[in-house]
Write a protein that binds this ligand. Structure first.
Ligand SMILES: [Zn+2]
Length: 657
């Protein structure tokens, strides 16, 4: 029942126009822009077309009362304020009942608030339950009812009230829970929403199913008691409960896609919605990644966090990305955004740069302590893990055992500016001012960038930029944006191959030798990372078709305790995931380029072996960089070496040409 004014006489007409004049001076009460028609979420599908989730508009909008289904209005009023159209802002009957209950219980608990009072409280007052507040609220409610019509008050209520999970007003609520505009809500959905304002954290449609169903029954019973629905109608509504439309899976992945859309196309694209994004994600791998990370991290500690990113090195497709150990939405996106020190997981970049510079895998280095003048009068002495010294190691062995002192010396030979340039080409932006400590991974990186920097190693020297969006369809299902893979050759195929050969031994005999069994079954290479004081544990490993990085640590950098290393903590998670991921994928070995040759050398000198050398070992060389003179330390004939370059393939002449 509306309170429109019906006045048949002239005086009445005069009165109406006077009221209209006063109404037009009434301050506008819509506090947000009107919801544009046809607004919707952006739908995200994985590369195989499976539903991943959706990205809803973010801003707040206003809808007029005629866009709010009458059934929703009726249902909400039935449970919140059945005499709304009769009272003058305060419902004395229900207030009296509430006061009586309060007096009996000795405190103010019962609501007894009308829609108008709730709106006032929501808009202007704190939620403190004091008598003073109640009186002020009642006073303001009476004023409000004089100033606005019932429909205007109800409109304000629907647009202002909280519906749980961060949704303010009916527009956000309808979008969040059902991915609809208010006018599209069906009766089942209206019933669920009508039950929310009573206790938004408990009765919201994403709440515990038992609470939600119980609340729905309360609303239905109330509607029936007020004779607003027939028994049949009630049965029908019970039989066809409304289903919600969850925001979806892979929350950090969705957040990354959202960020990409924002930075590339601006916020309007998100607000208008209606697009369909085909993501590079593989939901099947995503689930395996979530499981492996949760199992691996939660068995250690309830507060520990972790992240996992899996890329296809051929095209950079981010096949899986988990940024939370429990796989839930979190304020930090540890897969794509959070930056941490990579520790030794940076070292493959230094060794690859060294190979490119002509330093060979077989070259011999001493890990004798060294001191560097930092330029500020202080001296920096890099130390090995556990303060161990190995004496002389080949470049190959130094990487396998993650020798810090040799890594710093290698970086010194490459030169910091040259290395920073090189790392930039690999996809890591590092700061030269960190100096030689860059060799120990002191510059912070994201997990995504670090994993991406390994793609050239897995992919014959070609870097593939991490890609989350493959394609975007517009509202008419026409391709709007096509994202081809971005690949750039950044490293010689020979250097990529030899770095990989060195990193294979990390899993066999090095800092991740716990993966030895796994490495027997799959061609794979990788590197551990452990930061100072055991704050971060990393493992980045790869096969020819998957690059996977794992980080484990605390959000507030805290020591994980002795033994919290990349090899002990992150590598087992990597193994669990890769075992499951590779079960459904063919895996061959890394292709050896023609520009790589193998020599039998004496590891003590790093020179081609003679018959008299006590130890002989095969090592890989970039053609042209191999040592020519045989071992100078021992006697005997140089051992015969395998033919360096492969024979030219014989191509049969085409008889027709
Ligand atoms: Zn020798």
């Amino acid at each position: 029942m509306s309170n429109s004014i019906r006045c048949p006489h002239v005086l009445g007409l005069f009165l109406v126009s006077a009221l209209a004049a006063s109404a037009s001076t009434q301050e506008p009460f819509a506090t947000y822009p009107t919801l544009p028609p046809g607004t919707s979420s952006i739908t995200v599908l994985d590369s195989k077309g499976c539903y991943v989730g959706r990205i809803p508009p973010q801003k707040r909008y206003w809808v007029s009362i005629d866009r709010i289904p009458a059934f929703l209005q009726q249902s909400l009023l039935a449970v919140e304020d059945a005499r709304f159209y009769e009272h003058s802002g305060i419902d004395y009957r229900s207030l009296a009942r509430a006061v009586l209950t309060d007096v009996m219980k000795g405190k103010l608990v019962q609501g007894g608030s009308t829609i108008t009072q709730q709106l006032i409280k929501n808009k202007f007052l704190s939620s403190a339950r004091t008598l003073d507040r109640k009186l002020k609220e009642a006073d303001m409610a009476l004023d409000f009812e004089k100033k606005y019509t019932k429909r205007q008050i109800l409109e304000m209520y629907f647009n202002e009230i909280y519906f749980g999970n961060g949704a303010y007003g009916i527009v956000q609520a309808a979008r969040l829970y059902f991915d609809k505009s208010p006018e599209e809500l069906n009766e089942g959905e209206c019933i669920l929403l009508a039950g929310v304002p009573k206790n938004p954290s408990r009765y919201n449609p994403f709440g515990k199913p038992m609470d939600v169903v119980q609340r729905r029954e309360v609303v239905l019973k109330r509607l029936r008691d007020l004779r607003l629905i027939t028994p049949q109608h009630r049965l029908a509504l019970q039989a066809h409960g409304a289903g919600t439309r969850p925001l979806g899976q892979a929350p950090q992945y969705l957040a990354q896609i959202r960020g990409q859309l924002l930075s590339r196309f601006g916020p309007d694209v998100i607000e208008q919605g209606g697009l369909e994004v085909i993501a590079a994600l593989d939901l099947d791998l995503q689930k395996k990644a979530e499981l492996a990370l949760r199992e691996g991290v939660r068995r250690l500690s309830p507060k520990l966090q972790g992240a996992l990113v899996c890329l296809d090195p051929a095209n950079g497709d981010v096949l899986a990305a988990v940024g939370d150990a429990d796989g839930v939405q979190s304020s930090l996106n540890r897969a794509f955004v959070s930056r941490r020190q990579p520790g030794s997981a940076i070292k493959p970049m230094i060794y690859a740069a060294a190979l490119e510079k002509g330093i060979t895998a077989g070259s011999v280095w001493s890990d004798e302590a060294v001191a560097y003048d930092r330029g500020d009068g202080k001296v920096w002495k890099p130390k090995n893990y556990g303060n161990e010294h190995f004496g002389e190691l080949s470049l190959h062995q130094a990487l396998v055992h993650s020798d810090n002192i040799i890594s710093v010396k290698v970086l010194d030979s490459v030169g910091v500016p040259a290395f920073v340039d090189f790392a930039g080409r690999m996809g890591l932006s590092l700061h030269a001012q960190n100096g030689l400590s860059l060799a120990l991974g002191t510059d912070e990186v994201t997990l995504k960038d670090l994993a991406q920097a390994y793609t050239p190693l897995a992919n014959g020297g070609t870097r593939a930029e991490a890609r989350t969006i493959l394609r975007i369809y517009d509202r008419r299902r026409q391709t709007w944006v096509e994202n081809p893979p971005l690949t750039t050759p950044v490293l010689s195929p020979a250097a990529a191959f030899i770095t990989t050969q060195m990193l294979k031994d990390v899993l066999r005999t090095g800092t991740a030798k716990g993966l030895n069994r796994f490495s027997q079954a799959h061609a794979c290479a990788g590197k551990t990372g452990t930061t100072d004081n055991y704050m971060d544990a990393w493992f980045v490993g790869y096969t020819p078709n998957l690059v996977t990085g794992v980080w484990v640590g605390y959000d507030q950098p805290t020591s994980g305790g002795r033994g919290f290393t990349g090899g002990a903590i992150a590598a087992p998670i990597w193994e669990k995931f890769m075992e499951r991921a590779l079960a459904s994928r063919p895996s061959g070995d890394f292709a050896k380029p023609d520009t790589v040759l193998t020599l039998s050398i004496d590891p003590a000198t790093g020179l081609p072996a003679r018959e008299g050398c006590p130890e002989k070992q095969d090592e890989f060389y970039i053609q042209g960089a191999e040592p020519k003179d045989p071992c100078a330390l021992h006697e005997g004939e140089p051992v015969p070496q395998a033919t360096s370059a492969p024979e030219a393939p014989v191509i049969a002449a085409d008889p027709l040409s």
